[in-house]
Structures are given as C-alpha cells and as structure tokens.
Design a protein around this ligand. Structure first.
Ligand code: NAD
Ligand code: DAU
Length: 351
C-alpha cells in the first residue's frame, strides 16, 4: 500500500510510520509541518529507506497538500496531524481551530476530489482514517466507560476542535461518499513523547530535581495505552474494518494522576536512585488545577476486540518501565528537545 501519514513527525505518527515500514510492501509519504511538536529525530532509522519520503507541508495549505497527494497517489490516508496538547489549547485556541478543524477540512476536500478521480481497484481500496481522541466524549463520573455510542460533549478547546474534525469526517462520508474510518483513543505514553505531557514531564522533572507538578489534588483519572498498542490498533482498523466504522481504542489501564506519578517515582528510585538519596516522590508538588479539567476517562474497547480481534499487548507496568528506561537512555534527545525549538514553549509553560 502507498500510505500518506499526516503528522508523521509527531509522537504517535513517527511510531506508526516505523511500524508500517516493517511491512515490505508499504511505502510512506510523511506530510508534516514540523511545528514545535514535530521532530524528525524519531525517524532517523528510516530516513534513508527508499520506501519513505518526507514533505514539510502545513495541512492548512490546500494547494500544497493537493500537489503532494496527487504526486504520491496514496491508497490510504492516515490523518494524525493536529495540535494535541490540552494546556496549550487553553493558552492559544486559535492554532487548534486552524489545524484541527480547517486543516482536517482541507485534507477531506483534497481527498474527496482525489477519490472521485479514482477507479477500479484503487477506488475500492481507498480509505481515509481519522485519528481522534476519547476527549471528544467529555468527562465520566465514577462509573461507566466511553464507547462508540457515547454522546459528544467536549470541554477544552482541544477536544472541541477534535470533535469538530470528527463531525467533518463523518459529514464527508455521508455527503460525498468518502470511505472514512474514525478512531478515538485514550492517553498514549511511550518513547519520543514530548515533556509537555504528564508522563515524560514527570520523568524529566524527577531527573532535573525540579518540582513534579500535579494539577489539583491528583485524583483525575486517565486510561493509559502504550503507543505501539495504539499503532497496532490503527493498522488493524485500516486493514480489517468496514467503511464508515468508528472504534474506541484503550487498554484498560485506568489510573489517577497521583498514582501515575508515584509509579514513575518508585520505578525511578529503583532504576536510577536520586543522587541526594531522597525518594523522587518528595518532588511532587500539587499546583493550580487545569481550567475545565475533565475528571475521568475510561474506554470500552470491546467492539475492536470482538469485531476485529485487536487486544493490547502490553501491561501498564511493563510499558511504563520500558518508557522510563528509554528516557534514561536517551537523555540527549530530551536535552535537544528542551534546548531547541521546543524550548520557548517549555520555558513559558514550566519556567
Ligand atoms: P503530537 O503533538 O506529538 O504530533 C502532532 C504532529 O502533527 C507533529 O509532528 C506536528 O508537527 C504535526 N502538525 C501539527 N500541526 C500541523 C499542521 N498544521 N500541518 C501539518 N502537520 C502539523 O501528537 P500525537 O500525540 O502524536 O497525536 C497524534 C494524533 O493522535 C492527534 O490527532 C491527536 O489528537 C491524536 N491522539 C493523541 C493521543 C495522545 O495521547 N497523544 C490520544 C488520542 C488521540
Ligand atoms: O485522552 C487522550 C488525550 O490524552 C489526547 O487526545 C491528547 O492529545 C493528549 O495530550 C492527552 O491529553 P491529557 O490532557 O489527558 O494529557 P496530559 O499528559 O496533558 O495530562 C494527563 C493528566 O495529567 C491530565 O489529567 C492533566 C494532568 N497533568 C498534566 C500535566 C502536563 C498534571 O497533573 N500535571 C501536569 O503537569
């Protein structure tokens, strides 16, 4: 398959590309604007692979997207490019509307025209997979799970913009017959995630001896999935699903934020004890809560399991240990991130 991946220089997109390229029959065009969140360093291993190409393009630039798409002639589009950080969406919502809503609209328009021109087997094979988030469903109380039938109720500018993009994707299917798929996944973690997200931030702060910030009292719950399990699920959906379907993706790993940070601190106490002898948990600091902070996310992924046979492969403890080990072995990557383009945002956010 010829596969166009948008946002392929991001955390999930780069993991997806490396996984797709393990299949010798796939070739990839990575279309990414390289915002503060995009880094080609995660793709160093594949950059010389003749089946991999990169194009620095903003998805809001419709003519450039169209040219890239018509030149490459993909069988599938996996659309991941987005502004993805909730806190950043609270500071600067406009960039989220621009990329997540207008950018997705551009991708759909170009894909629709391209699809209309296809015929035969190419038309039959074509798919547009829109990668979205569980945050579109809002917040759960103590009980219950998000599933494909949950009502949309987004609360942050990020989740509202992703909800808007999900609706656009489905509208392009209904109105123009574009063969789309939508996935809504829970919180990812793993190597190459930027330290504006909780898990890498806690690891970084532990290592630098700074306070580890926990919003509110730390009892908000997230449902964590290792990034390669998400990436496997996406490949399962695009190869096996019927057109028009939605799947919620998760790995049954509900944890409070305080539990997550404590797990990180305990593992780091074992793997790399603090030179000053104190437990890393001493660095935990409760800080002002995120405005509109959703209380609890949790996913029912039974549709994906029952219909397509997908199940997560990694237990949380194993995934977290792998993640911490990766950050400890790749401190240079983290140093480059925090001293490069990312620095301004990082400084602004975390001092
Ligand atoms: P990320 O922020 O790490 O990467 C986003 C990528 O998109 C970056 O490479 C960035 O350069 C690129 N990008 C941003 N704006 C662009 C634009 N206008 N044009 C082209 N490229 C642009 O995000 P991620 O965590 O890898 O998430 C990828 C997708 O998965 C997003 O759509 C996100 O909503 C979704 N998602 C993420 C999670 C998660 O926990 N990280 C969970 C569920 C769904
Ligand atoms: O649920 C899926 C979503 O998960 C994705 O769609 C988003 O792209 C991704 O960023 C993530 O959103 P969250 O807001 O849940 O992730 P974040 O890592 O920013 O925060 C996780 C939890 O930790 C959340 O409850 C807020 C809290 N938190 C976060 C930071 C950065 C803290 O307590 N302290 C922090 O410093």
């Amino acid at each position: 398959m010829k596969i166009l991946v948008t946002g392929g220089a991001g955390f999930i997109g780069s993991t997806l590309i490396k996984s797709l390229l393990k299949n010798q029959s796939h070739s990839i065009l990575n279309l990414d604007a390289l915002t503060y969140a995009g880094s080609l360093s995660a793709l160093a291993d594949v950059k010389n692979d003749p089946r991999y190409q990169f194009a620095q393009i903003d998805i809001c630039d419709q003519p450039s997207v169209a040219k890239a798409l018509y030149d490459f002639k993909p069988d599938w589009i996996l659309h991941l490019a987005a502004e993805s950080h909730v806190d950043r969406s609270i500071e600067n919502p406009k960039a989220f509307l621009q990329t997540n809503v207008i950018g997705t609209f551009n991708m759909l328009e170009v894909a629709r025209r391209y699809y209309e021109d296809l015929s035969g087997a190419a038309k039959h094979a074509f798919r547009f997979l829109h990668v979205s988030t569980d945050e579109v469903y809002g917040s759960l109380g103590k009980d219950g799970l998000f599933s494909e039938t949950s009502a949309y109720d987004p609360h942050s500018p990020y989740s509202a913009s992703k909800a808007g993009s999900d609706h656009l994707v489905r509208a392009w299917a209904t109105t123009y017959g574009l063969p789309v798929l939508v996935t809504n996944c829970s919180n990812n973690y793993g190597p190459y995630q930027l330290p504006d997200k909780l898990i890498p931030l806690a690891i970084l702060k532990a290592l630098t001896g700074e306070p580890i910030p926990i919003y509110g009292n730390g009892d908000n719950v997230r449902d964590w999935i290792f990034v390669s399990d998400h990436v496997d699920a996406l490949q399962t959906v695009i190869t096996k699903s019927n057109i028009g379907e939605t799947y919620t993706i998760g790995a049954n790993n509900e944890k409070t934020n305080l539990d997550i940070v404590n797990c990180i601190c305990i593992l780091m106490d074992e793997i790399k004890p603090n030179p000053n002898g104190a437990p890393y948990s001493d660095q935990i600091q409760f800080v002002t809560d995120r405005p509109g902070h959703d209380k609890r996310y949790a996913i029912d992924a039974n549709k994906l399991k029952n219909e397509l046979g997908w199940e997560p492969s990694l237990q949380f403890e194993e995934g977290l240990a792998k993640t911490i080990a990766w950050y400890l072995e790749n401190q240079e990557w983290m140093d480059n991130i925090t001293s490069g383009d990312y620095q301004n945002y990082y400084k602004e956010q975390y001092g």
